[in-house]
Structure formats: structure tokens, C-alpha cells
Design a protein around this ligand. Structure first.
Ligand SMILES: [Zn+2]
Length: 446
């Protein structure tokens, strides 16, 4: 997945005043993981030796990058063996499997083991000892996972949290809300936005909800205001979204000051993570590489997230010295937008039908809130082969792409425009795309 070259100098997202301490911490980290079965197998596969005695920042930056494929090659066996070395009596209840094939589906599913960490427990802050949680989850696998997590957390807290998992894509949400009478709703921001748009005039349906917690994906400004408006009666409205990954857990932490300053997608790197940017372009954007330090037995070393971001060193009101901006995924193959799916391969197909003389393209996807509807927008930036393509041609090409580009199994962009679910396709002619090592073909603008 990653084209980043090992050994290339990365930007280490640690403020200068904490660097010495971090270096000690990383050296200790290498000393301990080198004894673990998984990392022994890993260094053998990657043909390098973990040598903490050589530790320096340059040495760290020369360590190979790891990818999802590496975990497929090495399998789970060593990792499970290591995990059982964690010295807690109820270790089996502290671990949970996570599976991911990656958002872009570029690999076979990979299983990771992750610890269940108390601090990430959304229920800890709730005083009641009985809470009814409604979880909106589109994937059954993830739904099952959240149910298991809740069971483990209940066992620990010795409290009763009932959990109902509903797939918001299947339309059962209205009866779930009516009959289950949830105290708390958990889900992706898109699911909340869909809920708010659908039930805008029937707010009594959420009258018992005391808390909402969003997780997972980006929250765009329009969605945020729609959700805030819809849930304005809810006292404990938790709009904070951490930067979390299936394979890792929480990589970046949301902060209320950052949210105010940047309106989302800005985080502080998590305490038990080291974030680096590799392969950065002149503006500082590159792939985010993360090391998970604790617990050692489930650690990850310089792992390629596939996410594109940038770090800046600034002192936040909360005291943190680094901010990590997330702008999207590298090699994004599809983007969910306004109930439809914008797929890179499908765009390529539609473009090739409409015009053979297009040399390069980029796509940008946005979601707007129009009244109470979520409306999608696709902008295509096209570069014609020299001598081809003019303004008139561009208009008719736009129409042809729109008629050919399927965004749902049965509807083209034109169909969705007619149904007012999408704005008409915008085409921009580009003379030359900037030279960049990372070609982000399709990106979501937030
Ligand atoms: Zn902060």
C-alpha cells in the first residue's frame, strides 16, 4: 500500500522540549519489543536487526516501515503468543480482535489484537449504572465488535449497559428509536447526519436521548451544524471525534481548542503513539506513520496508516505542543457521499467513454446541507492531451460523464442530479497538475 521509502528522513511529531524524553522512551521500547516473538519474526522477514544500543533519531528514521501486508505475511500466531504474555489475570477479556481490509480494500482482511483500554470507555463519565445504548453500525462485523466491547466494559464496571445495534442503512432506525428508548446514541458522523436530516420534523423521537457520541470518520462543518441543531435539546452533546484506526485504536486526540480553531480534522498525537510524516511534499503533507508504544505486546512499529496529513508545532491552550492535520487517505479508491459511492475506477470508466483524450484527472467530493437535505457534489479536474479539448467540448463531456457515471448500483450522477441528491457535475480544465510524489486522485473536501 505504501510507496514511502524506508530510511527517508521523516518529520517526527514531537515538540523540541520533549524530544530527549521521547528518545529515551523509544530506546526502551526497542529494547523490550526485540524480545517479543512477533518482532523477532518481523525483523527476520524484513531482514534487519533491532539494535537499541545504536539508538539515535537517524537510526529510528532508518527502521523499515511496516504495512498491513506485513501483518498478512507474518500472521497472528506470534502476536497472540505475545499478547498472552501481558501480565493481567483477565487478559482474555482485555483483548479484542479487530479485522480490517483497509478502507480502500487493497488487502485481504487482516486481524489485529487490541487491548480494551479503560480510558476510551465512553461510559466511564456516565454516572448512571444503567444505560441503554443505541449503536448505529453499518457493518455487522463492527456491530458485533462493539457489542463485545460493551459486554467487557459492563463486566469491568459491574453496571448494566444494554446495547442495541442497528444498521442505519436498512431503515430500522425509526422503530429502534421509538421502541428501545435509548439514553445514548453512538455512531459515525454520517449516520448522525442522516438521522438528523430524516427525522428533522419528528424530534420527539429522540426526546429521551441524554448523550450522543460520534466516532470514526471525518465530521464536516455542514454535518456538524445539522447535528447540533437536531440534538439541541441534548445536554451532553459529545461532538468530539478522535482520529482512530481499526488496527490501532486512538491515534490522535480531539481537543476543544483545536475544534474551535480549525473546525475539525485537527488532533494531538495520542500519548502512547509516535506520529511521523514521511514522503512530505513542499507544503509538509505526507503519509502519516504511527508507532504504537503501549502495550509492548501489541505494539506497532512505524506503521503506514495510508492517511495523508501534516504536523505543525504550536502550543495549544490545552498544553499540547503538536497538532496533526488529517486531510484524507492516500490512493483513495472510493468515497461515500450523500448516500452514494464515488468510486475511482468507475470515474475512470465514465471518463474513458466520454473522452479518450484526457491525460490526467483528479476528483473532489463534497457534501453540502441544503435545507434539511444532504446534497453531494463532484468536481472533476481534467487535463487534456496537448492540442485537444476546448470549452465547448468540456460542456458536452461533462454531460456524457454525468450520464455514464454510476454512483449507486442503479443510478447515474445524472439520475441523482434529477432527484436533487447531487449538484450537477462541475468540470474544471487544468493545464498542468502540480508535480507531487503523491497523486491523490480522489479526495473528500471537508
Ligand atoms: Zn489542544
Amino acid at each position: 500500500m505504501s510507496n514511502a521509502i524506508s530510511g527517508e528522513k521523516s518529520v517526527i511529531l514531537v515538540p523540541q522540549n520533549l524530544m530527549e524524553k521521547k528518545k529515551e522512551e523509544l530506546k526502551q521500547f526497542l529494547t523490550e519489543i526485540k524480545e517479543l516473538d512477533f518482532w523477532k519474526s518481523y525483523s527476520e522477514h524484513k531482514n534487519f536487526i533491532i539494535d537499541p544500543e545504536k539508538f539515535s533519531l537517524e537510526y529510528w528514521q532508518s527502521l523499515p516501515l511496516s504495512s498491513k501486508e506485513d501483518f498478512i505475511k507474518m500472521g497472528l500466531k506470534e502476536r497472540i503468543r505475545d499478547a498472552f504474555k501481558i501480565n493481567t489475570p483477565d487478559v482474555i477479556f482485555n483483548l479484542i480482535l479487530r479485522a480490517t481490509s483497509g478502507t480502500i480494500g487493497s488487502t485481504n482482511p487482516v486481524l489485529f489484537l487490541n487491548p480494551v483500554i479503560n480510558s476510551s470507555n465512553v461510559f466511564d463519565k456516565m454516572k448512571e449504572d444503567s444505560v441503554r445504548v443505541l449503536t448505529m453500525q453499518r457493518s455487522y462485523m463492527m456491530g458485533l465488535r462493539s457489542a463485545l466491547l460493551n459486554i467487557i466494559k459492563c463486566m469491568r464496571k459491574k453496571a448494566a449497559f444494554e446495547t442495541l445495534i442497528v444498521n442505519p442503512g436498512l431503515g430500522g432506525i425509526s422503530s429502534a428509536l421509538k421502541e428501545y428508548s435509548a439514553d445514548m446514541i453512538v455512531g459515525l458522523p454520517q449516520s448522525f447526519a442522516k438521522l438528523a436530516a430524516e427525522f428533522y420534523d419528528r424530534r420527539e423521537i429522540i426526546k429521551n436521548v441524554k448523550k450522543i457520541k460520534m466516532n470514526g470518520d471525518f465530521l464536516n462543518k455542514d454535518h456538524a451544524s445539522l447535528i447540533t441543531d437536531f440534538f439541541s435539546g441534548v445536554k451532553d452533546l459529545d461532538m468530539g471525534i478522535d482520529y482512530a484506526m481499526t488496527e490501532f485504536g486512538k491515534v490522535g486526540t480531539w481537543c476543544k481548542y483545536l475544534a474551535k480553531r480549525y473546525h475539525g480534522n485537527a488532533y494531538h498525537p495520542g500519548r502512547f503513539f509516535l506520529a511521523e510524516i514521511v514522503d512530505a511534499d513542499p507544503d509538509g503533507y505526507g503519509e502519516i506513520i504511527v508507532t504504537k508504544i503501549i502495550p509492548r505486546q501489541l505494539s506497532l512499529l512505524r506503521y503506514c496508516t495510508g492517511d495523508i496529513g501534516k504536523g505543525i508545532f504550536e502550543t495549544c491552550e490545552c498544553g499540547a505542543g503538536v497538532t496533526l492535520f488529517l486531510i484524507g487517505r492516500k490512493n483513495f479508491d472510493y468515497i461515500k457521499c450523500a448516500g452514494a459511492l464515488v468510486v475511482r475506477k468507475e470515474i475512470e470508466r465514465a471518463i474513458s467513454i466520454a473522452a479518450e483524450d484526457i491525460e490526467e484527472w483528479r476528483g473532489e467530493v463534497r457534501e453540502h446541507v441544503r435545507g434539511r437535505e444532504i446534497v453531494g457534489e463532484l468536481v472533476l479536474k481534467l487535463k487534456f492531451e496537448s492540442g485537444h479539448g476546448g470549452y465547448n467540448e468540456m460542456v458536452s463531456i461533462g454531460d456524457r460523464i454525468s450520464e455514464n457515471l454510476f454512483l449507486t448500483p442503479a443510478e447515474t450522477l445524472k439520475d441523482l442530479v434529477d432527484k436533487k441528491k447531487f449538484f450537477p457535475l462541475k468540470i474544471e480544465l487544468i493545464k498542468k497538475f502540480p508535480d507531487s510524489p503523491k497523486k491523490i486522485m480522489l479526495r473528500k473536501i471537508i
